[in-house]
Every structure is written in C-alpha cells, then in structure tokens.
Ligand binder design. Structure first.
Ligand code: ADP
Length: 635
C-alpha cells in the first residue's frame, strides 16, 4: 500500500477498536457456553440471557477502564502536540499514571522546553544581528558621506591645481611664443624650442592627471563616431614607426581579414589605448620586435563588434609578482628599469579605465627578460552606413553672435581685466603687436571705473581676481544699459567642467581657456568686434597671393577631411605644407595658426586641433577677403 493511501486511511479511535475486540470476545464465550448447553441438552434460555448480560457488562467495564487508563492520556498528548504543531510551544497536561504514558508526557514537555530555549536564543541572535546590520549600515553611510566629501574635495583640488598650473604655463608658453617671434640666433631659437617642448610635455602630463581624474569621477564619456577601424589603427601604428626604427626595433602589425570597414565608437580613445601600449613596448624593448595583432568578431549581440588587440614585444618583461599591480596608477614594475626609461606610471591606469569604458578587458602576460604580451578586448557598435559623423565640437566662442553692436570709434580699444602681471604682459604684447590699444584693470572694481571713463570694443576678463571677480563684474555690467552689449571674453585657467557654463551664465559672450593661444585670442576678439580688417604686419607678396590662396583653400578642405577621418598623421603632413607656403609669403596669421595646429597634433589633442583649425580657417578667410578688397581697389 502506498504511503499516500495509508495516510488517507480514516481515523479510528482505539476505544472503538477495544470495544469491538471485547464485544467479539464476549460473543465468542457466550456462543461457546450456549453451544455446550445445547450439546448437553440442558439449554436454558433465561440462563443464556443472564449470561449474555453479565458478560456484556464485564466487557463494557473492561472497555471503560481501558478508555480511562489509556485513551484519555493519549488524547491529552494528542491535543498538546496539535497545539505545538500550530506553533504554540506550551507544555502539555498529562495524567500521572506512573507508566509509559506519563514518561511520554514528560519527554514531550522536556522537548518543548528545549524548543522554547532554542527559540528564545534564535530571537536574541536575530535581534543582535539586526542591531549589527543597523550599525554597519550607519558606518557605511558615514563612510560614504566622507568619501563623497573627499571626492568633492578632490575635484576642487584638481580644479585649483589645474588653475594654479595653467596660469604659470600660460605665462611660460606665451613668453616662449613671443620670444620665438622675435629675431634670435639659431642657438637661442633651439633653446627656446626645447623650452617649448618641455612646457608642452608638462602640459600633457597635467592633462594625463586630469584625464584620469575625469574618468574616475565618471565624467568621461565615449564619443560615438563612425570611423574606419583598420585605417585608424594603421595610422596610429605608423606614428610609432620612426621611434621604433631609431631604437633598432622592428614594429609590425597584422590585421585579420574579418575586420569591418567601419565601426562606431571613439577613435581618439582607441588611439590613446594603442598609443599607450605600443609606446610602452617600444620603451621597454631594446632589441627584437613588436608585433600588433588585431582581429574583430561578432559575439551573441549582432549589433556589436568585439575587437581583440594584442601587443607583443621581446622586451624587458615584467616580474610575475608585479603583473597584477602595473595597472594601478603611479605604479611601475621595476623602479630602476622604469627610471632608466622614464614614465609616470599613469599610462596603463588610464588605458585600463578607457578599456572599461569600452565594456572591454585588458590583461598582460610576461616573462622577465623575454618579453610581454598585452591583450585588449573592446566593444564597438556596428556601423549602419559608412557615413562619417563628426561629434559635436565644444566651441569656446559664440562666433559672430555678439558682434558689431557698438560705436565704431572704440574699434581698436580693449579693456584687459587681469590681476596676474605675467598674463597681463603676454596678452598686452599679443594685442599690441596686432595694433590694439589696451587699457588695464587689475580687478573687477577697477574695470567698472575704467568702463565709466571710456568706451571699449571688447573686455577680456579674468575670472578669479581679488576684490571683485570676473563673474560678478560681468553680472554688474549686464545690469547697466550702456554696458549691456559690450562683448566680454572670459580668460580663465579654470579647465574643469561647468566653468564655461558659469561664465556664459554670468553674461559673458565667449570663453578662452588658459594657456591662451595668441591666434585663438585674436580670432575670438575679432569675431566679437567691428574692427576693420587690418593689414597684416608683414604684407604678403601680392603676386604670390592668388596661387597661395587657391592652394590654401584646397589644403583647408583636405585638412578638414583628415580631421573627419581622425587621420592626424596626414593632417600633420598637410599642415606642414601649408605652413611652408605661408611662411614663403609671410602670411604671419596663417603661420601662427598652422603652428598651433602642429602643436595640437603633436600633443594628440583633437579638441585643440579642431580649435586651431577653426582659427586657421578664419585666417585664410581673412586673407581671401583681403584679396577681394585689394583686387577691387586695384580694379
Ligand atoms: P609608465 O610607462 O609611464 O611607467 P605605465 O602605466 O604605462 O607607466 O606602465 C606601468 C609599468 O608597467 C611600467 O613602468 C613598466 O614597469 C611596466 N610595463 C608596461 N608595459 C611594459 C612592457 N611592454 N614591457 C615591460 N614592462 C612594461
């Protein structure tokens, strides 16, 4: 019989069973006695009846006794157990029969006591646990609060540090730029160029630190641009060929045939990842070869490309116990080796975080003295159509939006509001060279006094100043009808997110971040003033002007195309030609801007490349305009 059907058997009380048993026993005895009497021939019905009655009463008495002694105590036990089953841990009542029933009852109550003890302990433990969880949560919340405060302090520190660093850098780069413009011996020029390179690499380091903090504070987002994957990689790698050749190391790359033509993602960040890995390999390899292998494949998601990249070198290698730490910031596997080769220990930390932003992974395998292999997996979106879409450019000026709304007689007069003497000198030198007349105010209050006295074409406003800062000064200016329309250009070393918005919200028209590039400064001022086109300091040779301009216009189109393709190598080459041609006809404005493009390309700062190209475009447009005016007058 199955358990289920056994369980389903109807409940039959022991008392019923006993009663049936004794009744059958009595019936059997009566039948035996009556059968004997019949057999003997002396059957007496009244004796039979009496006998039946007596025996029935005896069996009834036995049944009663059994019920009292056995069934009732068991029933008590049953009720107690049912109560426990319902969750009421209460001791049961039982008859003191001095037999198994009493023993069963005592054992049951003992069990209930232990259960009650366990339950009480459990409740206690639960309460303790709750208390602990509560305390831990509170501690965590406090720690979180502290971390948030620390992170806020870190951002502030970085903002200040970037300000503090960029202000002197502004002076330094500006002075170098001015000195390079002045006549100097070849030796002096070389020294100045070395100083400029050093200053630029310092700026690159500052940018690295800011990059890292930007990623860590979650403020770095990847662009989504359609770009040719293989071309982009090839260009990046070509940029390292010279350095590898100089070290006598072979640099080779192999792309799997499965590579897509285009992917959607951030080409600049891909370049940064590859640059970091390949430049490390070149740095740490003295002989042998560096091989870059790239393959792309689709995983379960058909809208994504997984790009796998390996950089393998035969260089110094990394000790096994250091491999895990090289991705930490400011960490170098071997201090002595790294000192020999230079570096800050930031490259791989930035690379790892960039890879994370790509939903990817990075790993390193290495054997000391034999070489290293870095493997990276990156995720890109599948390109829908092979169209190149350039991400929105963060422009720092509003173009001609705020231009030409005030009187013409103030056309060349600029109010410079700046407290730093070095910056004053740099900006004044740049503006004077361009023929501007400059009034100086070293804080906002002085600026308001100057504004009362004279009408200005434009105000160049530092943001952080003693007495009255640039933001407040601009706000006050905007409240006055007579100053409402004077263009205010912010010049600030604040390079953190949100500063531009703050300046614009205060009523400023444009924003230039320091270090201020002279060409950028001039172009921004000219975009906001009604100043007539001024003849360049060194007038271009007119006969050469037309052929130059047609070349420059073509060159510009090609430059734009290279930028669209984020092809910095070609861009550098093209700008080099333009620079030579511009120098040949002394088109100083164009020379200046082309040099800025070169510097930005060398620093691999596409934002700066874009800005400098815009300026270059402006200069060429200016020259085009001038050529038209000249030919008109000539005609
Ligand atoms: P940096 O190169 O500026 O020191 P990185 O973060 O790029 O900083 O690298 C950290 C460290 O990892 C290096 O100092 C070096 O010890 C080790 N390392 C990175 N790449 C290689 C490589 N290809 N071969 C040997 N060691 C390497």
């Amino acid at each position: 019989m199955s358990e289920a059907s056994a369980n389903a058997a109807p409940f039959r009380s022991l008392s019923v069973k006993f009663f049936r048993f004794t009744s059958l026993l009595v019936l059997w005895i009566v039948i035996v006695i009556l059968a004997y009497d019949i057999n003997q021939g002396n059957f007496n019905p009244s004796k039979g009846l009496l006998l039946c009655t007596v025996v029935l009463m005896v069996s009834w008495a036995i049944a009663r006794f059994t019920i009292k002694q056995l069934i009732k105590p068991i029933r008590l036990l049953q009720i107690g157990m049912e109560e426990v089953g319902r969750g009421n841990l209460e001791r049961i009542k039982f008859a003191k029969t001095g037999d198994e029933i009493e023993f069963l009852g005592k054992s049951f109550n003992g069990m209930i006591e232990r259960l009650i003890e366990t339950q009480t302990r459990l409740v206690q433990q639960h309460e303790e646990l709750e208390q602990k969880v509560h305390e831990r949560t509170q501690a965590l919340e406090e720690a979180m609060q502290k971390a948030m405060e620390a992170s806020g302090a870190k951002s502030e520190f970085l903002a200040n540090m970037s300000h503090e660093l960029r202000t002197p850098m502004n002076g330094l780069l500006g002075m170098i730029e001015l000195s390079l413009d002045a006549p100097a011996s070849a030796e002096q020029e070389e020294q100045l160029e070395t100083a400029q390179r050093c200053a630029l690499s310092l700026l690159a380091l500052v940018n690295d630190v800011l990059d890292l903090s930007k990623i860590e504070s979650g403020k770095m987002a990847l662009e989504k641009i359609s770009f040719p994957l293989a071309n982009q990689l090839e260009d990046t790698l070509k940029g390292h060929e010279l350095k590898a050749r100089q070290k006598g190391v072979l640099l080779d790359w192999k792309f799997a045939p499965s590579m897509p033509d285009e992917v959607v993602g951030d080409p600049l960040r891909l370049r940064q990842i590859v640059n970091n890995l390949v430049s490390n390999s070149i740095k740490f390899t003295d002989e042998g070869a560096i091989e870059v292998r790239v393959a792309a494949f689709k995983g379960t998601d058909p809208t994504k490309w997984n790009v796998e990249l390996h950089v393998i070198d035969t260089g110094a290698g990394i000790p096994q116990d250091k491999i895990a730490t090289i991705f930490e910031k400011f960490t170098q596997a071997d201090g002595s080796i790294s000192r020999r080769y230079g570096g800050t220990g930031l490259g791989l930390a930035i690379t790892e975080r960039l890879v994370d932003l790509h939903n990817g992974s990075i790993s390193a395998e290495s054997e000391l003295g034999l070489g290293s292999k870095f493997s990276v997996l990156l995720e890109y979106d599948v390109a829908v159509a092979p169209v190149v879409v350039l991400a929105p450019v963060e422009t720092e000026s509003k173009g001609s939006e705020g231009s030409t709304s005030h009187s013409k007689d103030n056309a060349g007069i600029v109010l410079l509001v700046e407290d730093n003497i070095v910056n004053q000198k740099v900006v004044m030198a740049v503006l004077k060279k361009r023929g501007y007349e400059i009034d100086l105010a070293s804080n906002g209050e002085e600026a308001l006094v100057k504004l009362e006295q004279r009408s200005y074409a434009v105000v160049l406003m530092d943001v952080q100043m003693p007495v009255l800062d640039g933001l407040e000064t601009t706000r006050r200016m905007r409240l006055e009808e007579r100053w409402k329309d004077i263009p205010v250009i912010a010049m600030t070393a604040h390079a953190m997110n949100g500063d531009k918005e703050k300046c614009l919200a205060a009523g400023m028209n444009a924003y230039i971040s320091k270090p201020v590039h002279s060409a950028h400064l001039l172009a921004t001022i000219e975009a906001y003033t009604s100043r007539p086109v001024k003849k360049l300091t060194a007038a271009p040779v007119d006969d050469l002007m037309k052929p130059f301009l047609s070349r420059a216009n073509d060159g510009l189109a090609q430059l734009r195309k290279s930028l669209d393709n984020t092809d910095l190598a070609t861009l550098e080459e093209q700008v080099g030609y333009l620079l030579q041609a511009a120098e040949a006809i002394s088109a100083t404005g164009i020379v200046e801007c082309a040099k800025r493009v070169e510097i930005a390309v060398a620093a691999k700062n596409t934002d700066d490349v874009m800005h400098s190209l815009l300026l270059l475009e402006g200069e060429i447009a200016l020259l085009n305009q001038q050529a038209v005016v000249t030919s008109y007058h000539a005609g």
